[in-house]
Design a protein around this ligand. Structure first.
Ligand code: CU
Ligand code: CU
Length: 448
C-alpha cells in the first residue's frame, strides 16, 4: 500500500532560516513511498485550475451548477442534512463560534472550507473546480454571473426579494437552514457598490498578513487580512469581502450565506487574492503564532477540519492553482495527482463514516492514498439515501446580520478575555429596518 508523507509539514513556516522560496518548495514537496526505500518516479504536477467565472463555457457553467445541485440532493447515512447543507451548517457553526471570521484564520479557514467543498463537487464530476468571481470587474446587476444559465438574478423586490430566475430559483433550490426556504437577494440595497480594483490595491499595500490585536480591530493599513476581510475601514462601511456579502444581500447577508452558491465564487476570489499576496510577501505568510483567539493562531486546529492554518498556507500543495498563476509544478516530485495528495493528507469529513465504510474504505484518519476523494465517491454510491430534510426554519433569524454595515472598536486593557485588549462595542447600522424578530444583541461580526 502506498503511503504518503508530507515532507516539512512539521517545519515551522515562520522560522525563516531558509530562503523563502526554498521553504515553500520544502513544504510543497510530497514524497511518495511504497515498500521501504522504493520511491516513485517524479511526475509532472497536475494542479487543477480555478478559472474566472466570466471565462467559463456553457458546458462548464452547467457542470458547476449540476454538481452543486447533486450535492444538495445527496444525503449521507445518519444525516438529515444534504451534503450541501452540511457545508451550510458548518459555516454557521464556525461563524457562531467566532472561529472563521474576524481574525487571522479567516483566510485559512475558508481556504480549507472551499477545498473540501470542491472535493465534494469533484466526487460528482471530476471536471468541476470552483470558479472565482472578480467582483471588481463583473460588478453590475447585469453581469453575466447573474444570467439564467448560471447564478440567476436578483430577488423579486415585490416578494421578499426571492430569487425567481436561474437554476437556484424558488422551487428549484430550497433552503433548509436560515431565515427563508427560498434563496433571497437584494443587490445594492445595503451597500450601493461592489469593491473596486483600487480597494483591492489598498489591501495589497498592507505591510503584514495580520497585526495586533488580530481581530476586527486590526489596522487595515497594516493588516492585509483585516483589510481584505473588510472590517475597520476608515469609510465606516463594510469593505471588500464583507461588502460583497452585503451588496448581494438577502441570503448572503447571514451566517448561513453558503445557501447562495455565489458564496463559493466570492470566496474563491478572496482566496485567489490571498494567494497573490502570499506570492508577493514570501516572508510574511501568516500571523501570529500565538496571541490571537483560539483557533486563529498559526498552529491552532481549525474546527471542524482538524487542520491548522500552517497546513493550508501553500495552496499549490493542496492541489489547485488559479488561472492567474503559473503552475509551479517543476519544483515538485512524486505523487499520483495533486487531488489525491490533498485527499490523502486528511481524514474524511466527520459524520460520513458509515457512508465510507459501506464502500470498504473505512474512516481511519491518515489511512493513506485511498482517503478523502475515494470516500466521497462512496458517498455518491448512496446518493438519494437518507431522510428528507426538515423543511422548517431553524429560527435563527436572530443571528441575521441584516443591516449591519460596519463595526468600530473600542480598545481597553483586558476588556475582552482571550482577544487581547479590544472588543467589539458598536455596530453601525444602515438605514434599514430592524431584522425580523431582531432587536436584541447582534453577534459581533458584520459579515460572513
Ligand atoms: Cu464570506
Ligand atoms: Cu465565512
Amino acid at each position: 500500500m502506498l503511503r504518503l508523507e508530507h515532507a516539512g509539514r512539521s517545519t515551522k513556516w515562520t522560522s525563516l532560516g531558509v530562503e523563502p522560496l526554498e521553504e515553500r518548495a520544502l513544504l510543497s514537496n510530497v514524497a511518495l513511498v511504497g515498500s521501504p526505500g522504493a520511491a516513485a518516479a517524479p511526475q509532472d504536477s497536475t494542479l487543477y485550475v480555478r478559472k474566472n467565472q466570466n471565462t467559463l463555457t456553457d458546458k462548464e457553467k452547467e457542470a458547476f451548477v449540476n454538481a452543486i445541485k447533486k450535492l444538495k440532493d445527496t444525503y449521507t447515512d445518519g444525516s438529515d442534512l444534504s451534503v450541501y447543507d452540511q457545508f451550510v451548517q458548518e459555516h454557521h457553526d464556525a461563524f457562531t463560534a467566532s472561529e472563521a471570521h474576524g481574525g487571522p484564520a479567516f483566510l485559512a479557514w475558508h481556504r480549507e472550507f472551499l477545498l473540501q467543498f470542491e472535493q465534494a463537487l469533484q466526487s460528482v464530476d471530476s471536471s468541476v473546480t470552483i470558479p472565482y468571481w472578480d467582483f471588481t470587474v463583473d460588478n453590475s446587476t447585469t453581469s453575466s454571473i447573474w444570467s439564467d444559465d448560471f447564478m440567476g438574478g436578483n430577488g423579486d423586490p415585490n416578494d421578499d426579494n426571492i430569487v425567481k430566475t436561474g437554476p437556484f430559483r424558488q422551487g428549484e433550490w430550497t433552503l433548509v437552514l436560515g431565515d427563508s426556504t427560498a434563496l433571497r437577494r437584494d443587490f445594492g440595497d445595503l451597500v450601493p457598490t461592489l469593491p473596486t480594483a483600487d480597494d483591492v490595491q489598498a489591501a495589497f499595500n498592507a505591510s503584514n498578513y495580520d497585526v495586533f490585536p488580530f481581530d476586527v480591530g486590526s489596522p487595515v493599513d497594516q493588516s492585509f487580512r483585516n483589510n481584505l476581510e473588510g472590517f475597520n475601514h476608515s469609510s465606516g462601511e463594510a469593505e471588500l469581502h464583507n461588502r460583497v456579502h452585503l451588496w448581494v444581500g438577502g441570503s448572503m447577508d447571514i451566517d448561513y450565506s453558503p445557501n447562495d452558491p455565489v458564496f463559493w465564487m466570492l470566496h474563491a476570489n478572496i482566496d485567489r487574492l490571498w494567494a497573490q499576496w502570499q506570492a508577493a510577501n514570501p516572508n510574511d505568510q501568516y500571523d501570529p503564532e500565538s496571541g490571537a483567539a483560539d483557533g486563529q493562531n498559526l498552529y491552532d486546529t481549525m474546527n471542524p477540519f482538524g487542520v491548522t492554518p500552517a497546513d493550508v498556507l501553500d495552496h499549490f500543495s493542496l492541489g489547485y492553482r488559479y488561472d492567474t498563476e503559473s503552475d509551479p509544478g517543476d519544483s515538485r516530485s512524486g505523487g499520483d495527482s495533486a487531488l489525491a495528495l490533498a485527499a490523502a493528507r486528511r481524514p474524511p469529513r466527520s459524520g460520513f463514516g458509515s457512508a465510507f465504510s459501506h464502500a470498504g474504505h473505512g474512516a481511519a484518519p491518515g489511512a493513506g492514498g485511498e482517503g478523502f476523494a475515494a470516500s466521497w465517491a462512496a458517498v455518491f454510491a448512496h446518493a438519494g439515501h437518507g431522510a428528507a430534510p426538515d423543511a422548517g426554519s431553524t429560527g435563527s433569524i436572530a443571528a441575521s446580520l441584516t443591516g449591519l454595515v460596519g463595526m468600530s472598536m473600542e480598545h481597553g486593557p483586558g476588556s475582552f478575555p482571550g482577544m487581547g485588549d479590544s472588543r467589539p462595542t458598536e455596530f453601525v447600522r444602515a438605514a434599514m429596518p430592524e431584522p425580523a424578530g431582531g432587536g436584541g444583541a447582534a453577534p459581533p461580526h458584520v459579515c460572513n
